[in-house]
Ligand binder design. Structure first.
Ligand code: NAP
Length: 548
């Protein structure tokens, strides 16, 4: 293992301080693998660190039953290599986690990426050495390396929230977390299972666990909207038609706001400009099509409350139609926030699960969880006996993974201090005082509201162009300016205020993490506008960035 001291200041022929690597990539998910590939392609010496024992990032850790993507796999896949996208065959419309993980393993092998990845290794610190304009990176395995660039491909939903109730250590049964699911299959046969959390993860695994367990208790804090996933075996004719002209599909995705609806393009109409009958038919058509297309029925659903009321009412009615017990149905129907303002979920038989005799729904807003006891949960004035307790309680989204690393930039300023009041960046890509440290699909970019694979490809390509520009023009470093950061924060906030996102309590605003500043995290102006801005910044010599 090469472990040079940080004081090794030999210089390269081009006059730059020598570093162990040109670039360090943190994370080997979709973003990190592509970043490593591109860096190596241009001849840079790169090293990727990955906390997991294998590639995959979010798809490595989240192995819970039912874990699947809710974007079509022909779209939620790399576009950078035509041969790759032609040769890979998805078995279903929406791939399940094991298949996505196989795909990412295939990519790692196909592009021979593993030799430059250190698995089971977490980056703990990254300190900027101003004199040498290098990042000093340390890992939890004691490795210490330097690099000119850091690409933080740390993911948006990769820092799971801790268990927020006392008593976990006393529990005599088994505690599981969807975000750290064990590799060996878990058998729930004959067991009394409890699950806390009804977001996308909970909604995907609840129907499958209910089928196996003796009894399942679902502890719900806030009901979510979920639409039928409509998953099915891949239609060979559809696959053939996409592959016959993949480039056209990718072009549509890249020129769209969400990057996921290439086949059923988002409507250009406004919901209230059409008759109630036409609206109903459109919602029904998209509901039956399955997947997140439903979300894109009309252009104004997330900006106009009256428009949103129409889709909210439709989705509420669908829940009531599915759940036999009206009291249970009313608990499952979200009533106090607009449809889509919390992340929309996609399910296979979620609401129908509550018609089973072995499933109970507990409203923990009305009867809060007090503590975990040796034999279960104390909820309201009741003790609920459990053999297995599952937490599907979500993530410190978008900022958690970055802030968990001790990052220090110019003047020893910590990243945590810099982002104390919420993330600050130029275009979501770089922060002031943290030169040559790039973030992929981070806060301030469309991020989780665009197809994440394509969003990551776009960011990595932008970073690679930026690095090439620095070298062409003889610059050692690039970083955001304070002024541009403040302007971008204002832009992101201003666009956010024009939407309905603020009307819900959600991880998009950090509401799910106690003490986290309430700031709109993703850029809500759509990918098309965002890309235009980033492209034009790159084309005009990086205004808003300081190049030294
Ligand atoms: P999540 O959406 O944040 O849901 C967490 C759930 O746990 C919510 O119901 C939340 O209630 C509840 N919760 C949180 N803290 C709690 C506490 N202390 N006590 C009781 N309940 C608590 O997390 P997730 O389901 O893991 O999903 C996160 C994101 O990952 C999704 O939004 C999606 O973007 C992505 N994801 C995607 C897929 C897919 O592609 N199909 C699958 C899984 C995840 P509140 O709402 O009241 O906070």
């Amino acid at each position: 293992m090469d472990m040079p001291s940080f004081t090794d200041a030999s210089r390269r022929p081009d006059g730059r301080p020598d570093a162990t690597y040109d670039a360090i990539v943190v994370g080997a998910g979709f973003a990190g693998l592509y970043a490593l590939h591109r860096l190596r392609q241009v001849g840079l010496k790169a090293r990727c660190y990955e906390a997991g024992e294998g590639v995959g990032g979010t798809w490595y850790w989240n192995r819970y039953p039912g874990a699947a993507c809710d974007i079509e796999s022909l779209e939620y896949s790399y576009s950078f290599d035509e041969a790759l996208q032609q040769e890979w065959k998805w078995s279903t419309r929406f791939a399940r986690q094991p298949e996505i993980l196989s795909y990412l393993n295939h990519v790692a092998d196909r592009f021979d990426l593993r030799r430059d990845i250190r698995f089971g290794t977490r980056v703990t610190t990254a300190h900027f050495d101003e004199a040498r304009a290098l990042w000093q990176v340390e890992t939890d395995r004691g490795e210490r390396v330097t690099a000119r660039f850091c690409v933080m491909a740390t993911g948006c939903l990769s820092s799971p929230k801790p268990i927020e109730y006392p008593g976990a250590d006393s529990f005599r049964g088994r505690i599981l977390r969807t975000a750290y699911w064990p590799e060996a299959p878990v058998d729930f046969t004959g067991l009394r299972v409890g699950i806390v959390g009804t977001g996308s993860s909970g909604i995907q695994c609840i129907p499958l666990i209910a089928e196996q367990a003796q009894h399942l208790t679902v502890f719900q804090r806030t009901p979510n909207f979920s639409i039928p996933a409509g998953n099915r075996p891949m239609d060979p004719e559809y696959e053939r038609s996409v592959k016959a002209d993949y480039a056209s599909l990718r072009a549509i995705e890249r020129d769209s706001d969400v990057g996921i609806c290439a086949r059923l393009l988002p409507e250009t109409k406004r919901a209230l400009d059409v008759s109630p009958e036409e609206r109903e038919a459109e919602y029904q058509r998209r509901w039956e099509a399955g997947g997140l297309y439903f979300y894109c029925s009309y252009v104004d659903l997330l900006v106009d409350r009256a428009a949103n009321d129409t889709i909210t009412a439709f989705a509420q009615r669908k829940i009531r139609e599915k759940v036999r017990d009206p009291k249970v149905a009313e608990l499952l129907v979200p009533k106090d926030y607009p449809f889509g303002a919390k992340r929309l979920c996609a399910d296979t038989g979620y609401y129908e699960t509550f018609n089973r005799d072995n499933v109970r729904l507990v409203d923990i807003k009305a009867s809060p969880i007090h503590e975990i006891t040796p034999t279960g949960l104390r909820v309201g004035d009741e003790q609920i006996e459990l053999d297995v307790l599952i937490f599907a309680t979500g993530f410190d989204a978008m900022t958690g993974a970055l802030l968990n690393i001790d990052i220090r930039g110019r003047g020893e300023r910590t990243f945590a201090e810099h982002w104390k009041q919420g993330p600050r960046s130029q275009l979501g890509l770089m922060s002031a005082g943290f030169p040559n440290l790039f973030i992929t699909t981070g806060p301030g970019s469309p991020s989780v509201l665009y197809n994440m694979v394509l969003g990551n490809e776009y960011h990595v390509d932008w970073i690679m162009d930026c690095i090439a520009y620095l070298d062409r023009h003889g610059h050692a470093t690039i970083e955001a300016t304070q002024e541009a950061e403040s302007d971008w924060r204002r832009t992101v906030d201003e666009i956010g205020r024009q939407t309905l996102f603020g009307a819900a309590s959600s991880w998009y605003l950090g509401d799910n993490v106690p003490g986290k500043p309430r700031v709109i995290l993703p850029y809500l102006g759509g990918f098309r506008a965002y890309k235009r801005t980033c492209d034009s910044v790159a084309a005009s010599g990086y205004p808003g960035f300081a190049l030294v």
